[in-house]
Design a binder for this molecule. Structure first.
Ligand code: HDE
Length: 667
């Protein structure tokens, strides 16, 4: 992260327009020509310099996770992890600057935000002992168990190679061809087809390090841990129809939400937590292989212990310099945290360094301001493309006497020195094979299914039915239904009936002794309502006093009122934020319809969409007739009618603690 006042980091200085060499320019609107009608002269250095730079403005986008948004922030440690790790930034009260980037996986850099996909959740901690990157996802398990399969899964998920469609979607033949043949993907696929695949915002996503890491405390004791991010705003997703609408109405939905929240001072927060397991030679816990990244450990078995809080409080000043050029790497570790032999993680340790070299144009990407460690670096690396450091000394090698022996190697017993944790290896042979414990591909997929509430299960069934419905090859559809039959007979039957297929016959019948893990459901808890957006729909005859009452109530409750009126301007003193032309239900969490609203197709659309998407709707005196007119049953759960604006809003606020009127789905 650049220091605010460092001259070297400021690309734009001074008041004059200059050439790249600093010469002041008088004109940048006309090429140098032989007379006003040309021709243009080859001598025009400014023209060539300006256009040459422009021609090279783009860099290769990330192979995966190309579409993303990021923010700066701080991480404050509670100190509760110090019993298991000596990591300095996890000592009590230590505050560490961070940069967090969220991303979708499959789409290209310009793709829409609200697609069905896994989301990346990467945090760079600029600790005093070096950079620590936690490069995780919003889903706790992965598609594959071995890094060597990554090109296969990505090739299958990316747009098909002949026409390069569809963009940013898994709903196509190659994806389902691969995952139906490659059953270790089943658990991850279940998560991606669940509501987790379409988050409401980055602010309401959980994050997971997925792999198991090995940590070491100051006494040299080691433990195995899994990292979790828990959003304080609660976990929340879109519903599918809403997601599809959002992609048309506002393709930058997630990016905008993150930046707007930070700009408004509603800083997104997550607690970092760890599950801690004993570091046994088997590296398993209660029969779960901790090196298998397609498995999770239920929180009911091992609770997530909070160890610190992340607050994102500053938007990047420049997207390219920061968000695009940030380079994460799971091998950026600090003393006290080390990797395990998870074969997926081991492959990542190679990949992330390699990819930056072609993406960022050479080996010096850690000198880019956003990637620079916030502690002294003396690595003896020299030269190379885009070298920006002016190294001094004559002896960039070790050992040396000419530079007085500098730099010196650190004391291995010092807690601030990075030493790989010594690990005894079992007697083994060199072979291309996975452990037998990696063979079970269905038990945890079944646990996930059994852990969802009925409405979440219905969403998952609909998602599978939608995605497979977009596959042209019937053998692929049938094969995936057969895979689902190994997870759960009812699931397979429901998806099959939507596709007009027969419920599959599983090779492996679903296990009957699988316990649910309620923590995997996103429904059932109550969350703060801060930042929830309530549309105040007004009409030509609305009493402005009611608008003021509603706005003040919502602001007081920490929510965001959005005043909607037939045309722009003001209702009384309150500025209109959306007209009937620009209003969209997808950017609202709830609707308040005030008195004096006339029947109008836009009002009808807002009401019917909010109703279908299980949003809370409050209708103040006089406007009730509109519910009937637009087919919204006034007796449905989460629909409130009455004369008093304040009491309606009180009900709305209580409802919003659960995010959506879930019981409407069953009514
Ligand atoms: Fe990545 N992944 N990945 N990945 N990944 C990249 O690195 C890769 C995997 C994840 O915001 C790339 O800098 C391989 C698991 C995130 O900049 C690349 C394998 C998880 C991001 C790469 C995996 C992730 C990436 C592309 C199989 C969750 C975005 C650009 C062994 C724990 C980081 C880049 C950002 C990015 C390779 C598997 C998460 C190509 C080979 C598992 C969040 O290096």
């Amino acid at each position: 992260m650049p220091s605010k006042d460092s001259q070297a980091d400021q690309a734009q200085q001074g008041d004059w327009l200059t050439s790249a060499q600093g010469a002041r320019l008088v004109d940048t609107d006309h090429s140098l020509k032989a007379g006003p009608r040309g021709p243009v002269l080859l001598q025009d250095h400014h023209l060539r310099e300006k256009i040459t730079h422009f021609d090279h403005e783009r860099i290769p986008e990330r192979v995966v996770h190309a579409r993303g948004a990021a923010a700066h922030g701080t991480f404050v440690s509670y100190g509760t992890a110090s019993n298991v790790t000596k990591a300095e930034f996890l000592r009590k009260g230590v505050e560490t600057p961070v940069f967090t980037r969220f991303s979708s996986v499959v789409g290209s850099r310009g793709s829409a935000d609200a697609v069905r996909d896994t989301r990346g959740f990467s945090t760079k901690f600029y600790t005093s002992d070096g950079v620590f990157d936690l490069v995780g996802n919003n889903i706790p398990v992965f598609f594959i168990q071995d890094a060597v399969k990554f090109p296969d899964v990505v090739h299958a998920a990316k747009p098909q190679p002949d026409r390069e469609i569809p963009q940013a979607q898994s709903a196509h033949d190659t994806f389902w061809d691969f995952v139906s043949l490659h059953t270790e993907a089943t658990h991850h696929t279940m998560w991606q087809m669940s509501d987790r695949g379409i988050p409401r915002s980055f602010r309401t996503m959980e994050g997971f390090g997925i792999h198991t890491f090995r940590v070491e405390n100051s006494d040299g004791d080691t433990s195995l841990v899994k990292f979790h991010w828990k959003p304080t705003a609660g976990v929340h997703s879109l519903v599918w129809e809403e997601a599809q609408m959002v992609n048309g109405i506002d393709p930058d939905f997630h990016r905008r939400d993150l930046a707007d929240a930070i700009e408004a001072g509603a800083f997104p927060e997550w607690e970092l937590g760890i599950q801690v397991f004993p570091d046994t030679p088997e590296e398993t816990f209660e029969g779960i292989d901790l090196l298998d990244p397609t498995k999770l450990v239920p929180e009911e078995l091992v609770a997530v212990q909070p160890i610190g809080k992340l607050t994102l409080n500053r938007n990047p000043s420049n997207y390219f310099a920061e968000t695009e050029q940030v380079a994460f790497h799971p091998g950026h570790l600090v003393p006290g945290i080390d990797v395990t032999n998870d074969p997926l993680l081991q492959g990542r340790l190679f990949s992330y360094l390699d990819t930056q070299i072609s993406r960022l144009g050479g080996p010096n990407f850690s000198q880019i301001p956003i990637n620079r460690p916030h502690c002294p670096v003396n690595d003896l690396f020299r030269d190379g493309m885009h070298q920006t450091a002016v190294h001094t000394g004559v002896a960039p090698y070790k050992p040396n006497t000419l530079d007085g022996g500098n730099p010196f190697t650190a004391d291995p017993d010092d807690d601030h020195t990075f030493v790989e944790i010594a690990q005894e290896l079992p007697k083994s042979v060199k072979e291309r094979r996975s452990p037998v414990s990696f063979d079970d591909h269905f038990t945890q997929a079944r646990m996930f299914w059994l852990s969802l509430t009925p409405v979440e299960q219905s969403h998952l069934v609909d998602a599978f039915t939608f995605e497979l419905g977009k596959c042209w090859d019937e053998t692929i559809r049938q094969r995936e239904v057969d895979v689902l039959a190994a997870v759960d007979a009812e699931l397979a039957q429901r998806v099959a009936s939507g596709l007009g297929l027969s419920p599959g016959r599983p090779n492996t019948p679903p296990a009957d002794d699988v316990a649910a893990s309620p923590a995997l459901s996103q429904i059932g808890e109550k969350w703060p309502v801060d930042g929830r957006r309530v549309g105040i729909v007004t009409g030509p005859k609305t009493d402005p006093k009611h608008v003021v009452t509603a706005r003040d109530f919502l602001v007081e409750a920490g929510m965001v009122p959005i005043t909607i009126a037939p045309v722009g301007g003001r209702v009384g003193d309150v500025p209109v934020e959306r007209t009937y032309l620009t209003a969209a239900s997808s950017e609202l969490d709830a609707l308040l319809l005030l008195d004096g609203v006339d029947a109008d197709p836009v009002v009808g659309l807002l009401l019917s969409e909010a109703w279908r998407h299980l949003k809370f709707i409050a209708v103040a005196g006089g406007a009730d007739a509109l519910l009937e007119e637009y087919g919204v049953p006034a007796s449905d759960p989460g629909i409130f009618t009455g004369a008093q604006v304040k009491s309606l809003l009180t009900k709305l606020r209580t409802g919003l603690e659960e995010h959506r009127a879930w019981s409407r789905a069953d009514s």
